[in-house]
Write a protein that binds this ligand. Structure first.
Ligand code: ATP
Ligand code: MG
Length: 433
């Protein structure tokens, strides 16, 4: 949308305004010339056809053209989205043996798009043939008027020839204006989509005129939250975390554990209640400062199509090699990285495809260690890791906790064993256990 639609808009500004002016200037000049040099009657005929071709025809055709243009854009976007989605999910399509089914749907949508394309082309062909018809009529009428004027002795033959040739040659610019609607419909559809995009409002707006803090403790009071107005995910949640402790959160799948962590990072606007760092509510802390103080390892780590080193550096742009190695040792992934042919300079492939789920997860953890935030939120940090590596990670977490707070979400008993205190969420209600 951003590249293709914006390009269409560029074409509008660069190639729509000028043809209109060119058509006006050329039409006026030719009419004046023909009127002054030969005959005002021929000039009048020319003006009538300029208006017909440049204004009446486009007004008549634009309605249908706009309709088919908007439909075409919609089909085009929906086809693209479906196709891209299929490519991204190709592995799951294969696993479920749903290839034929998906292909049939791609073909069906492709046919719909083709039909819509044909319809649009048909409309624009009808519009341009109407223009051509008008131009031919104009030529015949001008010539007829000229011949009559010469035959009745009102105009010299050579003047008639000059005038008629001048009129014949002057339709180019009005034809260009007449063709504008077929380009414009696409442009308006693109414009609408870009405006819609610009009108999107983020779920939360960044805080920039708030306070800066240096994390000491977290206190959540009477926190309520729901994604949509109906079902409340969290009800009157109360919890706290101090420096030097590991706080565990357990609960059934879907009970709102990840949601709670996301609220601590202010990914969503909370409902009622308070999430206070050092007594300052999260809504009053500058977002950038908040993200320096708090970091999260989410349930799925995204790796960019780049080297391991660059993937680590998003946590700390100016990290030295020693710092990166240190973080990777804590996350129990350093030994693995050194076995790779290019070590830290190894490319991880698109979406981290060359790494196993556990390796990706440990790189996500290494990012959190490298970031050096005072509060670390860990959402199932060891779910894909074997018990030996988990042991190493948990030991590292324990060593880190003196200086930091760690909030740990996990289903595993072995992971929870390192927590100093554990909260359980059940149907949105939290209790310390
Ligand atoms: N962006 C969202 N929009 C609407 N509902 C959501 C959204 N994200 C999560 N939910 C819903 O909110 C509830 C809590 O989800 P959440 O991810 O916090 O669960 P969880 O406790 O982390 O589960 P799990 O242990 O499976 O990771 C679920 O019912 C989920 O379907
Ligand atoms: Mg979760």
């Amino acid at each position: 949308m951003i590249t293709a639609d914006t390009e269409t808009l560029e074409v509008f500004y660069a190639h729509t305004i000028s043809p209109i002016f060119i058509a006006i200037i050329v039409s006026i000049s030719v009419s004046l010339f023909v009127g002054l040099f030969a005959s005002w009657r021929i000039a009048l005929v020319a003006v009538a056809f300029y208006l017909l071709i440049g204004i009446v025809v486009p007004v008549i055709t634009s309605g249908k053209l706009k309709e088919s243009g908007v439909k075409y854009r919609k089909e085009f976007a929906s086809f693209n989205a479906y196709f891209l989605d299929s490519i991204k999910g190709v592995r799951d399509i294969v696993i479920n043996n749903a290839g034929e089914q998906r292909k049939a749907e791609v073909n069906r949508r492709s046919s719909v798009l083709l039909a819509q394309t044909k319809k649009m082309k048909h409309e624009s062909a009808k519009a341009s043939s109407l223009t051509e018809l008008m131009v031919s009529t104009a030529i015949i009428v001008t010539l007829a008027v000229g011949v009559v004027l010469v035959a009745t002795g009102n105009l010299a033959a050579y003047k008639m020839i000059v005038a008629v040739v001048a009129v014949f040659g002057s339709f180019g610019p009005v034809i260009a204006v007449s063709a504008l609607p077929s380009n414009l419909t696409n442009t308006f559809a693109s414009g609408d989509r870009v405006l819609d995009l610009l009108a999107e409002r983020p779920a939360v707006t960044e805080v920039t005129n708030g306070k800066n803090i240096e994390y000491e403790n977290l206190e959540v009071k009477d926190l309520c939250f729901s994604y949509d107005k109906n079902a409340e995910v969290l009800k009157n949640v109360r919890m706290n975390a101090e420096k030097g402790e590991i706080v565990g959160i357990v609960g059934e799948s879907g009970c709102g554990k990840s949601t709670l962590l996301k609220l601590m990072l202010r990914f969503w606007e909370k409902g009622k209640g308070e999430i206070a760092y050092n007594g300052v509510d999260v809504d009053k802390i500058n977002t950038s400062n908040l993200l320096d103080n708090v970091t999260m390892v989410s349930q799925s780590t995204y790796l960019f199509d780049d080297t391991i080193e660059e993937n680590l550096r998003i946590a700390k742009a100016d990290a030295t090699e020693e710092e990166m190695e240190e973080a990777c040792k804590l996350a129990s992934v350093h030994d693995f990285i050194t076995t790779l042919p290019d070590g830290y300079k190894t490319k991880v492939g698109v979406m981290g495809d060359n790494l196993s789920a556990g390796e990706k997860q440990r790189i996500g953890l290494a990012r959190a260690f490298l970031k050096g935030s005072q509060l670390i939120l860990l959402d199932e940090p060891t779910s894909n890791v074997d018990s030996i590596n988990e042991g190493i990670i948990l030991k590292a977490l324990k060593e880190q906790k003196n200086k930091k707070s760690i909030i740990l979400v996990s289903h595993r008993e072995s992971t929870m064993a390192i927590a100093d205190r554990v909260y359980r969420i059940d149907k949105g209600i939290i209790t310390e256990v």
